[in-house]
Design a protein around this ligand. Structure first.
Ligand code: FES
Length: 59
């Protein structure tokens, strides 16, 4: 299943497979995402904020 993710404040949308890796998609699309360690989980600079109303969609 594919979900559409809206990226704010850049107002872009991208599709991602359920259980896919959002950071990989963002890097592949050459979007300007702060990622000091390249997504290896060592720096905590790649944050995703989920609004409270969407929390029930999270695994
Ligand atoms: S880029 Fe995500 S933890 Fe470093």
């Amino acid at each position: 299943m594919v979900k559409i993710v809206r990226l704010e404040p850049i107002a872009q949308e991208t599709a991602i497979e359920t259980n896919g890796n959002l950071l990989s998609i963002l890097i592949k699309k050459d979007l300007d995402v702060l990622k000091e360690c390249g997504g290896r989980g060592m720096c905590a600079t790649c944050h995703v904020y989920v609004k409270k109303v969407w929390m029930h969609y999270l695994p």
